[in-house]
Design a binder for this molecule. Structure first.
Ligand code: PLP
Length: 356
């Protein structure tokens, strides 16, 4: 049976990326060595790292004011590393709490300084993005989560601020053309839309660094990573390679314009299907809906289990909602073909016919 991979993360990757990554484990570029057996300071790896960094800058259209780092620890480490580098003990950082990831982010920041949650959408189960807020003029930075993976909401354009804007883009990085220049620091765990688990992309505008009094442990210090060219210690070589291959694939396919077109087509098809079938409902209003992760429910909760069972039986992988949210979540990252969404929608139609 053909499987359709709607996993929320780690998630679907392009087939050519998987094939090349598999070959590289056995024999990297006809060197006779596995990629897992070569040093991170070899020319081989330097070229991989350089292509990955160049790919990021090209896709984001950023100049040399920004540096690209590939770091360990996943996005969760950035919840701590951002305030450790940018928030002085007596200063205040502003956070938007629009989902469980943004909520975790500000709680980690409290270890380092003061936090002001300027916008909070937990009053309505995080089913919208509260955009009516003011930021204290002297805040160190404003932190947002560009796409709320669990709740299925997304910032379709970023807030304008006079202070540095930090964005956790873990689940919508490189999914569409967007104004990366509005951000002073962008981070993303690779395993949703950019590669394999184990590496974290950090893109930082150099001018925001070096402004606080705290002494920062070397391995946590962005400035030191920049000086070391992302090679302070052994980077996750294989995970960086998979990210590089995925970035290369995105560029070859036509870049972010093409990704944006495909993702809009997929998400429009799915949301239109949900909206057209009265047995389902999507709780997020149109203006906040995520193109990456669609969350919806069955109006008759008793039908949820049979629907998920049917999905499983038909090879639809990873569509059960997040454990604290329930319902159905369909993740449609870059590598997911529209055919998978079409087949899923056909299944929704036939289920609705039977149970409507
Ligand atoms: C998955 C996710 C995280 C956590 O990423 P890890 O790499 O597991 O630490 C953080 N933020 C967002 C928006 C996510 O989707």
């Amino acid at each position: 049976m053909k499987l359709h991979n709607f996993n929320s993360g780690p998630s679907i990757l392009p087939q050519p990326v998987l094939t090349q990554a598999a070959e590289a484990i056995i024999n990297y570029n006809n060197t006779g060595l596995s990629l897992l057996e070569i040093g991170h300071r070899t020319n081989w790896f330097q070229e991989i790292l350089q292509e990955a960094k160049d790919g990021v800058k090209k896709l984001m259209d950023l100049d040399d004011q920004y540096e690209v780092l590939f770091l360990h620890g996943g996005a969760t480490t950035q919840f701590m590393q951002v305030p450790m580098n940018l928030l002085d003990t007596n200063a205040t950082a502003a956070y938007c709490d629009n989902g469980i990831w943004g909520n975790k982010a500000w709680k980690e920041a409290k270890h380092f300084g003061n936090v002001q949650v300027v916008a909070d959408s937990s009053d309505r189960h995080y089913q919208y993005i509260n955009k009516e807020f003011t930021v204290p003029a002297d805040a160190a930075y404003l932190h947002i989560t560009s796409n709320n993976t669990v709740e299925g909401t997304q910032w379709h354009s970023y807030p304008t601020t006079h202070i540095p804007l930090i964005a956790d883009m873990s689940s919508d990085i490189f999914s569409r053309p967007t104004d990366f220049k509005k951000c002073d620091l962008i981070y993303a765990g690779a395993q949703k839309n950019m590669g394999a688990a184990g590496v974290n992309l950090v893109v930082v505008k150099k001018s925001i660094l070096g402004k606080i009094a705290r002494s920062i442990p070397t391995i946590m210090n962005y400035q030191k990573h920049i000086e070391a060219g992302s090679l302070m210690n052994t980077p996750p070589v294989f995970a960086v390679y998979v990210s590089m291959l995925t970035l290369r694939w995105v560029i070859e396919q036509g870049g972010l314009t093409e990704m944006g077109k495909r993702n809009l087509a997929k998400s429009t098809l799915l949301y239109n299907t949900i909206d057209a079938l009265p047995i389902f409902n999507a709780p997020v209003a149109k203006e906040y809906r995520s193109e990456m992760n669609a969350v919806f429910f069955l109006n008759d909760a008793a039908l949820e289990e049979p629907f998920l069972a049917l999905c499983k039986q038909e090879g639809m992988i990873g569509v059960k909602g997040y454990r604290t949210v329930g319902g159905v979540r369909v993740s449609m990252y870059n590598a997911l073909p529209i055919e998978s969404v079409q087949i899923f929608c056909d299944l929704m139609h036939s289920f609705a016919q039977k149970h409507g």
